[in-house]
Each structure stands twice: as C-alpha cells, then as structure tokens.
Design a protein around this ligand. Structure first.
Ligand SMILES: [Ca+2]
Ligand SMILES: [Ca+2]
Ligand SMILES: [Ca+2]
Length: 269
C-alpha cells in the first residue's frame, strides 16, 4: 500500500499530502502503531523494528443498507491520543476515536491501547474497546465487523492462520519465528472467518448483505480474518466489544504446527 509522505506532526496528529487522510501514531515500549482515522484504519504495527500488520478496519451494516460500509468512511467527530503511563513511558500510547453516521443512526467510539514490551522482547499488546450506540428513537438491527490483515515478519508469505472456539484468532510465521493471537474478550462473535486476501475484504463491497462463513482454517500465506457481531440496539442503547491482540515470538510448539501444516499442504498439491 502506497502511503503519502508525512508533512507535519503536532500533538500526535500528522496531516498528509493529497487527501483528507489524518494519521495518528501511538507508541509504547518497543512498539509503534499508526492509524489513518479517515481512510482504512490501522495500517502499521511495528514491534522491535519489525513490521507485522498490513491493515485493520471496522465495517458495519444497519437498517436498510444493502452492503457493509467502513466505519472510517463515516463522519469523524474526534480523535484524541493520550498517555496513560507517564512515569514509565511519556509518549502517547492510547488513541480514542469517535465516528457518527446519522443515516444509519449509529455512533462508534473506538479506543486503542498499546502496551509495548521491553526492547528486544518482540512482544507487544494492543487492546481495543468498541462502543456502538443507537441514536434512533427506535430499535436498530446492526451487523458489525472487525477485519484484520497481518503480514508477519513484513511478508504476506509463510504465514498460517486459524480460529479457535470461534473467538481466538491465531497467526504464525514459523520460519521468521513470530506469532499473533487475537482474543475476543467479550462478547462472543456471531460469526467469524479466516481466509486469503482479498476474499473477506471483497464481501464488504459486493453490493450484498454479507455473513461470514465460520471457516476456522487453517489458511496459508496471505492470511486475513474477520469477526462479526449481530445485535439489535434499543433506542439509546449501546453494545460494547472488548478484544486484545498480542504479538509474541512464535513458541516452538506453534512453529512445529506451522511446519506440519506446510508439509501437509505440499502433499495435497
Ligand atoms: Ca510472513
Ligand atoms: Ca457485502
Ligand atoms: Ca496477511
């Protein structure tokens, strides 16, 4: 993905050339995460100098919408970076963003909290809380999607991804010795899918209401995954999603699973 050159940064906000893009960067310990809050969402997660993420964004469908829409395409009300651990690391480590879509009658409040590890640990954690509020004076049926594309070790090749129990997504690059796990803390997703790029992304622009296929994998090379929550909000009601992503060096057991998966795949060909 080509990104425009950063022009100027102040108070954690960076404005870029050419478009309405608005980039925020949060940092903690050995880790940096970058977000374009008006186009595409998170586009970078660096841990000890290594690039691990290609994209994460949120999509939704409500009311009479015939297809999903990106949350970052709705009206940005505000984006505020803050520092939550000034005594151990004085840089901004948390980003709160608020969006509003009056046609859909919804408000989206997203909070990203980055906890970097010690230098050289190759470990970092990103916690996310999403609150979806109904602005309508009537019930509002919503489908909300989280979509993520990790390219571990900076490469889309060599990765294996799978989903455990419908709520824990795992991805490992065995050769490069790096892994990520995402746990949906609460509530359990209605549906999930792990698939090769760009199959899931295509669902969000196919002109149809989409439901994830509950494929748990494993999937190889350019792995992506998505979680879906279906719910009905009362007037003034809200829905809270809490989840957590943890990057760690791949445990030896995971590396073995990865090698076994690659061997099995070669045999199938
Ligand atoms: Ca890789
Ligand atoms: Ca669709
Ligand atoms: Ca990928």
């Amino acid at each position: 993905m080509t990104r425009p050159i950063l022009l100027a940064c102040a108070a954690g906000a960076c404005f870029v050339t050419g478009a309405s893009a608005q980039v925020f960067i949060i940092e903690d310990g050995n880790s940096t995460a970058a977000f374009d809050v008006t186009a595409g969402g998170q586009f970078s997660w660096i841990v000890d100098g290594g690039s691990e993420l290609f994209n994460q964004d949120f999509y939704f469908r409500a009311g009479n919408m015939l297809d999903e829409a990106s949350v970052t395409s709705t009206a940005l009300i505000g984006a505020v970076p803050t520092d939550t651990n000034p005594f151990s690391d004085p840089r901004d480590d948390t980003l709160s963003v608020l969006y509003r879509d009056l046609a859909a009658g919804l408000e989206f409040e997203i909070r990203y909290g980055l906890s970097g590890g010690t230098p050289g640990s190759r470990t970092a954690d990103l916690a996310e809380q999403i609150i979806i509020r109904n602005l309508l004076p009537s019930a509002n049926a919503v489908s909300f999607f989280q979509y993520v594309d990790f390219d571990l070790g900076g490469t889309s090749t060599g990765d294996m991804g799978w989903i455990d129990n419908g709520r824990v997504a795992n991805q490992v690059d065995a050769a490069l010795g790096i892994s990520v796990a995402e746990t949906v803390v609460v509530p359990a997703p209605s549906h999930y899918s792990v698939a090769n790029f760009p199959n899931i992304l295509n669902l969000f622009s196919d002109g149809l209401p989409s439901t994830l296929d509950d494929n748990a994998g494993p999937v190889f090379d350019d792995v992506t995954w998505s979680f879906q929550w279906d719910f009905v909000l009362d007037p003034g009601g809200s829905f809270l999603i809490s989840k957590d992503k943890l990057i760690t060096p791949a445990p030896a057991s995971l590396a073995l699973v990865g090698i076994a998966g690659l061997v099995a795949r070669r045999r199938r060909r």
